[in-house]
Design a protein around this ligand. Structure first.
Ligand code: TUI
Length: 312
């Protein structure tokens, strides 16, 4: 088996079948361009950012990557999702990933514009629905991922989605080295999406405190908050995150109070490195991420490692 040519490399025109996760507040044009220029597919995260800022980010990425593929992630819970859905058409973005919901209402517009659409799905049911709506591929994302998560694990979800749909499947959640890529391919995936390992990329513009937390994290250093609100999110286990999770468990915080405390907390982590009030989103695989290096080295290390294993 090889990772070199898959339906994902053909669909997107990339050298390596790797998408960089559309991490809200983190994934801006510098990181996305570095990933695309290294042969992967860089993604600019829409998050809840203002549209004018995103237009500028898309223009920057376009001028940096030339004819290499890149994409935009539309976070469907964002109040700006409708506007971003139109902006990607206006700007001729070649590929869109979506998260935190069902992108059905945008599908027709995006397909008519020739945009490749790859939704994140946390279940077989949504994967099938997305295939019926015309998705070009799906990202089956396990609960090991950082940020907003579903319940099923990558190991269980990926093969079940692979069996349920005919379109290519990209595995996400807990993939940070060649072993993760090779395992994903053994489960039937034809590509991977990687977030946490790119947090440590030289080109990733997060606050140094955030990067240090990722590089120093060990296997037990992630925690899920937000279960009480119906929007569970995996974070680095800071004192702030531990207190939130514990208050939710004890029932001493209402979902409204939780929202009030965490509003703006992603920005506080990414821009300010604020340990008291920031949410440092991060996957459960952070323990495997031990150094800061260029995005190109990350991608080449992951695929050289995978090829070696898959050739055995
Ligand atoms: O979206 C993500 N990860 C994210 S988004 C984010 S920002 C945020 N802010 C406030 C609340 C929540 C998030 C931080 N991290 N990953 C992709 C993902 N999508 N994970 C899970 C899902 C998902 C969940 C339900 C996708 C579809 C879905 O569909 C439900 C339905 O409508 O059928």
């Amino acid at each position: 088996m090889t990772t070199k040519v898959t339906r994902i490399t053909k669909l997107l025109g990339c050298k390596y079948p790797i998408l960089q996760g559309g991490m809200a507040w983190v994934a801006e044009s510098t990181l996305a361009s570095a990933v695309s220029n290294a042969g992967g597919v860089g993604i600019i995260a829409g998050g809840s950012a203002p549209i004018d800022y995103l237009r500028e980010q898309i223009k920057k990425a376009k001028s940096s990557v030339g004819d290499k593929p890149f994409g935009v992630n539309v976070m469907l819970m964002s109040p700006n999702a409708d506007k971003l859905a139109e902006l990607v058409v206006e700007e001729g973005v070649p590929m869109v990933t979506t998260g935190a919901g069902n992108p059905g209402k945008y599908m027709e517009m995006w397909k008519a514009a020739g945009i490749k659409v790859i939704p994140v799905v946390p279940s077989v049911a949504l994967a099938k629905r997305m295939e019926r709506s015309g998705a070009d591929a799906v990202i089956a994302e396990g609960t090991e991922s950082g940020g907003h998560i579903g319940e099923n694990t990558t190991m269980c979800l990926v093969p079940q989605v692979v069996d349920a749909v005919g379109i290519p499947v990209i595995a996400a959640g807990g993939i940070a080295d060649g072993r993760g890529v090779a395992a994903s391919f053994m489960l039937g995936a034809e590509g991977v999406q990687v977030g946490t390992r790119f947090l440590s990329a030289e080109e990733c513009q997060i606050h140094p405190t955030y990067k240090e937390l990722v590089v120093k994290a060990k296997d037990t250093d992630s925690i899920v908050t937000g279960r009480s609100t119906g929007h569970p999110c995996r974070n680095i286990k800071t004192k702030f995150a531990k207190r939130l999770a514990s208050d939710e468990m004890k029932g001493t915080i209402t979902p409204e109070e939780f929202e009030e405390i965490t509003v703006g907390s992603l920005r506080k982590a990414v821009q300010d490195g604020n340990l008291e009030e920031g949410s440092f989103l991060c996957g459960a695989i952070a323990g495997l991420v031990t150094k800061v290096e260029p995005a190109k080295d990350i991608i080449e290390d992951m695929f050289a490692g995978a090829e070696k294993l898959l050739a055995k």
